[in-house]
Design a protein around this ligand. Structure first.
Ligand code: SF4
Length: 321
């Protein structure tokens, strides 16, 4: 019998009402399903506004999902009250894109990292709390001397290390990484990804790793999901999606990754994505990508393609595949 995935998302939908527009809603997430096994990483990618961060926030219940189910360790947590959810929050933590905005600038690093321990009554004593904070600081590549400092005294990479220490101090099982490296210099991005991979091996963590660009999730993902306008349009083992991208949107995203070779860059200009995202208040009928797809046919404008398994765990939502 196969093991229950640590996280299972079924038909997750998140609509937000639009003020002053009657029954109109923003279709931020529309029927997304996926699962993440223990010790595994799913990379979730798509342009800004495609719904990936909303999906993350709905999973962790920062937003209350409109419909669908979120199961953690087999338990449906979708309709639990915030009080019932509290003990489960220890198992799922989040790392944010902008560690400066997500860290209270008036708290020292010691207080910031210790806050989750106190909120969950997880430390046995003040001494235990201090030991755990200092050990965690060293694990994320900072020093004991940093404990008394404030977020503004750190670089962006160091602040993200504080954010990671805060997320990991409770020894969670699932960590949702919401664009954790997008705001960092390229040289620092690799350090942070390597550190997250080391923690995964040491602690058996599962990651939902969100990024807007396929290059950022390549070295950390076991599987990759591609979102477009609130829907999952392709989902596959990581190596397969880079070798054989099937959805025209995924192909466009891959072609948009910057490359140093000018001859390849010219080729990319011809194949990369063009056009803007349509409004999520009135998504296009049929395939939502048809307004930007170079292969769209009449059928694409009328009928929405379902996400179908095409073999080897590779699923795609496109009439032409
Ligand atoms: Fe393009 Fe049609 Fe496929 Fe949509 S269904 S991605 S419009 S070919």
């Amino acid at each position: 019998m196969s093991e229950t995935p640590l996280l299972q998302i079924e038909n997750l939908t998140q609509h937000f009402p639009v003020r002053g527009r009657g029954h109109k809603v923003v279709h931020a997430v529309d029927g997304v399903s996926f699962a993440i096994g223990r010790g595994r990483t799913l990379g979730l990618v798509g342009e800004s506004g495609c719904g990936k961060s909303t999906c993350a926030r709905s999973i962790i219940r920062i937003y209350e999902p409109t419909s669908g189910h979120v199961r953690l360790d087999g338990q449906d947590i979708t309709r639990l009250s915030q009080k019932q959810l509290l003990p489960l929050r220890r198992k799922m933590q989040m790392i944010f894109q902008d560690p400066y905005a997500s860290l209270n600038g008036r708290m020292t690093v010691r207080a910031l990292i210790g806050e989750p321990l106190r909120a969950h009554g997880a430390a046995e004593s003040r001494r235990d709390e201090e030991d755990r904070i200092l050990r965690m600081l060293e694990k994320v590549g900072l020093t004991r001397e940093h404990a008394g400092r404030y977020p503004h005294e750190f670089s962006g990479g160091q602040r993200q290390r504080v954010g990671i220490a805060r997320a990991l101090i409770l020894r969670p099982e699932l960590v949702i990484c919401d664009e954790p490296i997008s705001a960092l210099d390229v040289s620092i991005q690799a350090q942070i990804v390597n550190m997250l991979r080391d923690f995964q091996q040491e602690l058996g963590l599962s990651y939902l790793f969100i990024a807007h660009d396929l290059s950022m999730v390549r070295y950390i993902s076991d599987e990759v999901g591609v979102m477009y306008m609130g829907q999952l349009v392709e989902h596959s083992p990581a190596e397969d999606i880079y070798a054989h991208p099937l959805h025209p949107y995924t192909q466009g995203l891959l072609a948009s990754i910057p490359v140093p070779d000018p001859s390849l860059a010219r080729l990319q200009d011809e194949e990369g994505l063009s056009g803007d995202l349509p409004s999520p208040i009135d998504p296009p009928p049929g395939c939502r990508f048809h307004t930007r797809c170079p292969h769209a046919t009449g059928c694409c404008r009328e009928e929405a393609p379902a996400l179908r398994n095409v073999g080897g765990g590779h699923a795609v939502a496109c009439h032409l595949v």
